[in-house]
Design a protein around this ligand. Structure first.
Ligand SMILES: [Zn+2]
Length: 162
């Protein structure tokens, strides 16, 4: 089985509040189970619930949900690569290998301007304070709209491959 996730990244000043709100809705809707288990791809998380088909196109493949918090914000990109950043001022593209571990704020090596990561233009990656990793789920568009409404915070969806 491949280790693939659809990741919903929220950039909010209140990550715990948003995380708890979205998780409680997912549990109430039967999309994930309420108890934390170690049986997930990347540590503690939640197994799919009895109504997971509300969220994913392929219920049999869907596994678990894990949630990561990062108070100061983090850049989420696929370890396989594919994400990049461009400078908000001169549009210089940063090299791929720098995406996984960049400082915040980040200085452009071309125009020497310095901006917070959330201000750079992101491609195939996302900056946020809380991220929901849906392992082997193929999320429905309508479900993502619903989660966006529950969270009431900026949301970016990225694809993640280990
Ligand atoms: Zn620049």
């Amino acid at each position: 089985m491949s280790d693939h996730a659809e990741v919903l990244v929220f950039n909010t000043p209140e990550p715990k509040q948003v995380g708890v709100e979205v998780l409680s809705r997912l549990v109430a809707d039967g999309i994930v189970q309420s108890t934390v288990t170690d049986c997930t791809v990347d540590g503690p998380g939640y197994l799919k619930g009895p109504s997971a088909e509300k969220a994913t196109r392929y219920v049999n493949q869907a596994r678990s949900l894990s949630i990561r918090y990062h108070e100061g914000g983090a850049l989420y990109s696929s370890p396989e690569g594919g994400g990049w950043l461009t400078c908000p001022s001169c549009h210089q593209r940063l090299e791929d290998e720098r995406v996984s571990d960049v400082p915040n704020p980040l200085k452009c090596h071309r125009c020497l301007g310095e901006w917070l990561l959330g201000e750079w233009t992101l491609h195939g990656c996302a900056f946020g304070t809380v991220a929901f990793f849906f392992w082997d789920w193929v999320l429905r568009d309508g479900f993502i709209d619903q989660v966006h409404a529950w969270a009431n915070a900026p949301l970016v969806r990225i694809h993640y491959h280990l």
